[in-house]
Design a binder for this molecule. Structure first.
Ligand SMILES: [Zn+2]
Length: 127
């Protein structure tokens, strides 16, 4: 077996982070998981062209999946901070940068790092 390249590690980590957030939001259906796979496949091509972008992959995959879910499923992830008004989705910040977070642009708060949404939304850890 070949050693796992940093690029593959970044893609693998991104996939795991987004899946953790989907599971936290109870939307990790089979077809949703395939959206993640599609995004990771596309970003593999992208990061092969631009290896310096490996650190940005998690944030990009999160946004890809968010966009794909908006068409099929609806807004995701819903903001857990604002209890009133129209339900709205969290945004990924930075859009292109390392260490991506879910933020509520209405309240102007960081809700959770990508991959840790379950802790922020009070999801019970699986026992
Ligand atoms: Zn909000």
């Amino acid at each position: 077996m070949e050693p796992i390249s940093p690029l593959e590690q970044a893609l693998h980590a991104a996939r795991a982070l987004i899946l953790a957030d989907l599971i936290a939001g109870d939307v990790a259906e089979a077809d949703v998981v395939s959206l993640v796979e599609d995004s990771v496949a596309q970003r593999r091509w992208w990061v092969e062209q631009w290896p310096d972008g490996a650190r940005y992959v998690a944030g990009l995959v999160a946004q890809d999946v968010q966009d794909a879910l908006l068409e099929r499923y609806g807004r995701w992830p819903l903001c857990p901070v604002c209890g009133h008004g129209d339900p709205h989705a969290l945004d990924v910040e930075p859009e292109l940068g390392p260490d991506p977070h879910w933020v509520c642009s209405k309240a102007g708060v960081k809700v959770a790092p990508v991959g840790a949404l379950g802790e922020a939304t009070g999801g019970e850890p699986l026992s």
